[in-house]
Design a protein around this ligand. Sequence first.
Ligand code: L3W
Length: 442
Amino acid sequence: MARKLLLEHINVPDIHTFDVYRQKGGYRAVEKALKTLTPDEVVEEVKKSGLRGRGGAGFPTGMKWSFLAKPEGVARYLVCNADESEPGTFKDRYLMTHIPHALIEGMIVSSFALGAHTSYIYVRGEMMPQIRILERAIAEAKNAGFLGKNILGTGYDLELYVQPGGGAYICGEETALLESLEGKRGNPRIKPPFPAIAGLYGCPTVVNNVESIAATVPIINDGGDEYAKIGIGRSTGTKLISASGNLVRPGVYEIELGLPVEEFIYSDEWCGGIANGKRLKATVAGGSSVPVLPANLSLKLANGDPRLMSYESLSEGGFATGTMMGSGGFIAFDEDQCIVRNTWNFSRFYHHESCGQCSPCREGTGWMEKVLHRLEFGHGKMSDIDLLVDVSKKIEGNTICPLGDAAAWPVASAIRHFRDEFEWHVNEPVKSLDTNYGLANY
Ligand code: L3W
């Protein structure tokens, strides 16, 4: 059985309550950090753990923390990015729903490490149940003396607030999130300056994903070195994976990084194979923002080695500059799935969610969506395929935030690996009208 650090107690009745969470060893990390470690020692443990950001970029968490500016007399903030909206990603919602105190405990430990006295959990606006669950859990923790003034008599003060998000995918981009938290429209800022230097209200700020923050709890309990022993290479620890698509058992799984993709898909311990006895056609490993890979490349690298669930292995042979592990949104497509239709579906999402600040993204996502739409509905031309590649190249790397890249990669990779399927849509078009769109789009 694989080791569980975050979901070990997921099936314990009432684990969402403070009392049961505490009975299961909860809040030991707060006691250890606040009573026996200095903030710098907590940062050091996180550095030793090798933990990498679980929201999509895979940036080393300890390094990010050490970049935090500490000017005298200026407030510092920790903001948890709980704006989970990446298509195919639902692991943060799962954690917040079932074990909210794991996040709150991580927020206390992390805020202490960073010297923050006011911290925020910015939760996707649509997640009203989770917002209520977190607010109730915060009240419980405060009642028990783990939040507020003079926590556990250590002299450390922390107020923790839950902020409902703006209901837009772009608000999950850290600087757009900060704009939104400040009460403004969630438009990404130009980086640098990074939030570590000038973040919330212009003050030094760390923005971390829910899972990254929750992972600091086992890191402090067991020590960074122990955490670093789990996983493979620079992909240390465990990772929550949101598994969806044509799988026998979709759901949220906690894996040890380094698990072979083939085992994750087919083993009964995990997803149990492709549903209805079908064959695997393709996967995206990290939510809709990463390239799509055909079945053979999903399971094996070009040299025949097994592809592993790790930041390095998943990125090998792809062409994204970021990591293909992304936020861990693993989507499997069976042999009956139409790649053109799914690519159009992703494009539709990015066009809708583009904030419109940068022309390549604002215009390009719209172009890609329209061209994919006409291909899918049998009105495309052969030149449309190269047009899509051309537009995707003009978006990639030319926008303030990574939404443009995220929109471009699935399109470019789908054409790279499944060009014949796009050509088939031109050569043997099944002409139809999408009644949701009407003729105006042709
Ligand atoms: C200080 C420096 N800080 C980097 C910090 C930076 C940020 C982190 C990573 O994109 C990805 C994107 C999506 N001084 C620093 C520094 N930092 N250099 O490190 O930064 P970066 O720019 O590599 O990435 P990012 O802008 O945070 C995130 C991908 O995630 N993604 C999106 C998932 C979306 C969700 C969701 O719905 N919530 O999870 C999925 O793959 O495409 O590539 O904190 O400040 N010199």
